[in-house]
Write a protein of this length. Structure first.
Length: 362
């Protein structure tokens, strides 16, 4: 699933690879896995390129490839029906989740406060018993994020379904998380236009929803050459299933550790992340090193609200070990020009405001 092979190098020795096996002659490693045929690629053979360094988690992830495929093939089969039941349309203006949510104010308010109290309970466990919750059961922030997301199969119906609750313009609503992603991708699209970029890399691809929105929902999407990587096979294959289902053409899709990107300098015009660096506490600078190195123009980050988070966000970040000093880390760097660091207000983002970082490479 790699078109621009000249961009890639061995993540260990930083030398060119021999294709199609993505072979490094110095360490003797092939970074390609066995080609597979699956319905999530319309039964066309695909080759997964895996640049991660082996450990127990990664080895298990590779062994579970067949299980991941079986689950995703089932979800892929039912995707059309689920989207039809949700009245999904490629015209985002017809996806009026807010109107539907306003009819359930009491239910939404109850769910919002229930989640807040659960976060308070988890915070108490952290403060009194030093028990981390959720994604922090691993050795470190990267390991724990892998454990939290390595079996997350989120097709687009997951984001369309109106299960995301919070407040919009001080009114409780129930909506789809796709609204949140859509608003952020509109911001990114303007930055891409201002910088004149075409080749875009998503740092932490996830389900593929952001690249799908850029390609299908926003102006001139077909002009963009989109690529992305993730750290887990389940996430990468979910993105591939999303792109096949919604006829999205991408350039490079691969597995990698964001701290050791298998890419040459200046491989893409713009590198962006969406709620990724926040989960890399202690590794923020190394992640930024790689993002800035492979970008020609600059880097854009969308991360959890740090200056003015909601109560729920504030509590969750505390007991889940999220990075809370990213603005200060960014400001200390000498290799970027900070064009913008600002809150994207909660009135736009229901229960989940975030901070936008626009960083131009020097």
């Amino acid at each position: 699933m790699i078109k621009n092979k000249d961009n890639f190098i061995c993540p260990i020795h930083h030398i060119d690879l021999i294709w199609p096996q993505a072979h490094c002659f110095q360490c003797g490693q092939n970074y390609s896995l066995v080609p597979i045929k699956t319905s999530i690629s319309n039964n066309e053979p695909i080759t997964i390129y895996d640049f991660r360094q082996s450990d127990n988690n990664i080895e298990k992830d590779r062994k579970d490839l067949g299980a991941h495929l079986k689950i995703l093939e089932g979800l892929y089969y039912f995707e059309d029906k689920k989207l039809k039941d949700l009245n999904f349309s490629y015209d985002i203006s017809n996806m009026c989740f807010l109107d539907g949510g306003l009819k359930r104010r009491l239910k939404t308010r109850f769910k919002y406060y229930k989640e807040t109290w659960q976060n308070i309970f988890n915070l108490a466990k952290f403060l009194f018993f030093k028990e981390n919750s959720g994604k922090l059961k691993g050795i470190d922030s990267i390991d724990s994020s892998f454990l939290g997301y390595s079996k997350a199969y989120e097709m687009i119906n997951f984001f369309v379904e109106p299960t995301w609750f919070g407040f919009y313009n001080r009114k409780p609503v129930l909506t789809g998380a796709i609204q949140h992603h859509y608003h952020n991708m509109k911001i990114l699209r303007k930055i891409i236009d201002n910088w004149g970029g075409r080749e875009i890399l998503e740092f932490g691809l996830g389900s593929g929803i952001n690249l799908m929105l850029l390609k299908r929902f926003l102006p001139r999407g077909q002009e963009l050459k989109l690529s992305g990587f993730d750290y887990s096979i389940a996430r990468l294959l979910t993105a591939k299933a999303t792109f096949t289902k919604h006829t999205i053409e991408c350039e490079d899709l691969f597995l990698a550790n964001g701290l050791f990107l298998p890419l040459k300098d200046n491989s893409y015009d713009i590198v962006f992340s969406h709620y990724v660096i926040e989960q890399m506490k202690g590794f923020e600078n190394k992640a930024l090193d790689n993002m800035i190195r492979v970008a020609r123009e600059g880097v854009v980050l969308f991360e959890t609200a740090i200056y003015h988070p909601t109560i729920g966000q504030r509590i969750y970040m505390k007991h889940s070990g999220y990075s809370t000093d990213l603005p200060e880390i960014v400001k200390r760097r000498k290799d970027i020009e900070i064009l913008e660091i600002r809150d994207v207000k909660k009135s736009y983002f229901f229960n989940c405001p975030n901070v936008l970082f626009v960083l131009r490479k020097k």
